[in-house]
Design a protein around this ligand. Structure first.
Ligand SMILES: Cc1cc2nc3c(=O)[nH]c(=O)nc-3n(C[C@H](O)[C@H](O)[C@H](O)COP(=O)(O)OP(=O)(O)OC[C@H]3O[C@@H](n4cnc5c(N)ncnc54)[C@H](O)[C@@H]3O)c2cc1C
Length: 393
């Protein structure tokens, strides 16, 4: 049986980041295998994401993870360039995030702002007049303030980041295998091997669950049936507007709808309310979300968006942690050679570098060395110590 020191199940942003940070750490000299069923990543959360990075979170650790994400993206070649290869370019558009609040939402906006400032985030509060002055295309009639985050926030190309992490990990000696994990063998409290759809069996010392929206199914194969990660469908619509909006950041409306420029076009989306958000595996589109829900909100917020045309759209899946909408990172408390990097609930792309680094530290040192991510431990559910993130877009 082929055996590796670390076997990573899923090779998109989380799996490849963990692989890169393991292989790149001089204190680690083991072998790493990444098993990925679809090397095109066509249906991965990563490649269907909106590519956003911001620091406007309500939890300190999420802010710090995203701050590291920004540092990583802005200095990507110092981390990921491979000698003699072209430089990596993830096309970072540093236009910022703007989260708008009505009078009712202002106390939470300000409370989050204090947490962000304490964590060293580059955020500022713009009052109504300042918003109007800076973004004259924005209707602020019902808005009292906005949280504006620039620099270190905006959007970048998720596929490029994943391919660069993978390329560098391979260069550092990580093996990538195209196959699907269909079974996991356990002896007592240790996982010993994975079974693959090809019929192969792979042994290992540590097993990392980086299966995105399929994380709960993979955990179940190891006899862990209480990972609260559900697959939840989110639509992204690309649309055209002939009016350009100068300095347009990613804008989050008080309704939860968001929009931002995408090249010469714009993209937008909105999360449904909890009761209209079933578990979902398909990628079927519901265009009424654009026509009936989003368009009226967009046109109210930006009068120029009254005249827009939908160009294309796609659906992707959030790996949604139904308990507290936050990541689950680190080893299982009992099956301690089974490590989670799951449940990012819509903000995982930007946290990929920091989460992968944390998982590598847990595997190598059995404790965090840089950023303490203990708050994301799986045990918090058993301890009833939920860590709720309020800023879910
Ligand atoms: C529409 C949308 C918009 C988003 N916008 C943002 C955003 O603006 N900013 C942000 O930070 N985040 C965003 N996210 C969230 C972010 O994309 C995810 O949190 C992140 O990409 C999760 O990465 P992952 O590697 O865990 O999962 P995935 O990217 O889904 O990767 C999991 C991989 O595991 C593989 N796999 C699964 N099961 C198996 C198996 N049994 N065997 C082998 N391989 C397997 C899959 O093929 C897949 O490639 C968005 C997500 C969506 C869907």
């Amino acid at each position: 049986m082929e055996t590796y020191d670390v076997v990573i199940m899923g090779g998109a942003v989380m799996g490849s980041s963990a692989a890169y940070f393991l292989a790149g750490n001089p204190d680690f000299n083991g072998t790493v295998l990444v098993i990925e069923k679809d090397p095109t990543y066509a249906k991965s959360s990563t490649c269907l994401s909106a590519g956003g990075i911001r620091q406007q979170f309500s939890n300190t650790e999420n802010i710090l993870l995203s701050k590291f994400g920004a540092k990583f993206i802005k200095n990507i070649n110092s981390y990921l360039q491979v000698e003699n290869d072209d430089p990596v370019n993830v096309d970072f558009t540093e236009n910022g995030y703007l989260i708008l609040a009505t009078q009712a939402g202002k106390p939470v906006l300000m409370q989050n702002h204090d947490t962000q400032i304490a964590a060293g985030a580059n955020v500022q509060i713009l009052e109504k007049d300042q918003l109007k002055e800076k973004f004259d295309w924005l209707n602020v009639d019902d808005i009292v303030a906005g949280s504006y985050n620039i620099p270190d926030s905006g959007w970048f190309d998720p596929h490029c980041l994943t391919m660069a992490l993978k390329n560098k990990a391979k260069h550092l000696g990580v093996t990538y295998m195209t196959d699907e994990v269909v079974g996991i063998e356990r002896t007592g409290n240790r996982v010993t091997a994975v079974q693959l759809s090809s019929g192969k069996k792979i042994g290992g010392g540590v097993f990392v669950n980086a299966a995105g929206p399929k994380a709960a199914q993979v955990a179940e194969m190891a006899g862990i049936d209480d990972l609260p990660v559900h697959s939840r469908k989110r639509f992204v619509f690309l649309y055209k507007c002939n009016t350009r909006l100068p300095n347009c950041p990613l804008v989050v409306d008080p309704s939860g709808a968001y929009f931002r420029p995408e090249g010469q076009y714009y993209i937008c989306g909105i999360s449904p309310d909890e009761k209209n958000d079933p578990d979902c595996d398909d990628f079927d589109m519901d265009y009424s979300v654009f026509e009936e829900t989003l368009w009226p909100i967009l046109a109210e917020r930006v009068p120029a968006f009254d005249a827009i045309k939908r160009i294309s759209s796609w659906a992707g899946h959030y790996e949604f942690n139904v308990k507290d909408q936050n990541a689950i990172i680190g080893p299982h408390p009992v099956v301690d050679n089974f490590v989670f990097i799951n449940g990012f609930s819509g903000h995982g792309l930007q946290q990929g570098p920091g989460a992968g680094r944390g998982v590598a530290e847990q595997i190598i040192y059995r404790k965090y060395q840089t950023l303490d991510l203990t708050c994301f431990e799986f045990e918090r559910f058993a301890k009833n110590n939920l860590y709720i993130e309020l800023n879910i877009v």
